[in-house]
Design a protein around this ligand. Structure first.
Ligand code: GTP
Ligand code: MG
Length: 222
């Protein structure tokens, strides 16, 4: 059975019976500002005390926010950031990054924040590309699943949401292809102030709709 890797936050670990699951892809989605990046950065900083963390970044992560969370250079040097600026660059870079990860033996966590951002932009430009982009997204998630399994590490993919006009509810981008590929899915909801709720949408060993609370603070999450 696969193990769990701490989120870096005790109350979340207790709620999730240990944290993120090793060996699989976990998807985290939520509205803008819900705290997805805060959570995955916080977890990355925590895990980087144990080994190397790969952080694939399509958003342009805030170095100011990182330094609010962590000041130790030795910890930061264990996180390898890869910045991806376009859809084409993502297609080209992801296999290369994963080959590098394959050759490393001290990687403890891989984060991809946000995997769908360039897909969204690409699809909005040309809707006929929908099928093609869907296929390349599935291919990338298959590669991430393979890395998670072969390295026995958690792979966390962050996803955005869109408003489903027929149901009036927010849904994760990427549809069923993405939600089938991720073995665990968490949604983050904004409550008042800095309060947030992580909701289990899909999991192999936790109940659906389990809710875990945390807060965004000046120095990270608590
Ligand atoms: P997108 O990438 O836009 O989809 O959002 P996200 O879900 O990644 O949100 P992110 O993790 O960037 O969280 C943004 C939230 O963190 C906002 O509500 C900010 O107000 C909050 N935040 C950022 N810095 C601080 C801080 O120093 N103190 C406090 N209290 N909150 C902060
Ligand atoms: Mg973000």
């Amino acid at each position: 059975m696969s193990g769990r890797v701490s989120t870096g936050l005790k109350r979340l670990d207790q709620c999730l019976e240990g944290g993120y699951e090793s060996g699989i892809v976990t998807e985290i989605y939520g509205e803008p500002g819900s705290g997805k990046t805060n959570l995955v950065l916080f977890s990355s900083l925590y895990s980087s005390r144990m080994g190397k963390v790969i952080f694939i970044d399509t958003e342009g992560v805030s170095t100011e926010r990182i330094s609010q969370m962590e000041r130790s250079d030795s910890v930061l040097s264990n996180i390898k950031f890869f910045r991806i600026r376009s859809y084409e660059e993502q297609l080209e870079s992801v296999p290369k990054i994963l080959n590098l990860v394959r050759s490393m033996n001290d990687v403890v966590l891989l984060v991809f924040d946000t995997i769908t951002i360039h897909y969204r932009a690409e699809r909005e430009i040309r809707s006929e590309l929908r099928r093609k982009t869907s296929n390349t997204l599935i291919t990338q998630i298959e590669m991430l699943n393979n890395i998670a399994a072969s390295k026995d590490i958690p792979v966390i993919i962050v996803n955005q949401v869109y408003m489903d006009k027929t149901t009036g509810e927010v849904q994760p981008v990427g549809g069923s292809a993405l939600s089938h590929a991720a073995k665990a899915i968490f949604k983050i909801q904004k409550l008042s102030g800095g309060k947030r709720e992580l909701v289990v949408v899909k999991h192999r060993s936790l109940p659906e709709d389990l809710k875990c609370s945390f807060s965004i603070t000046d120095t990270g999450i608590e």
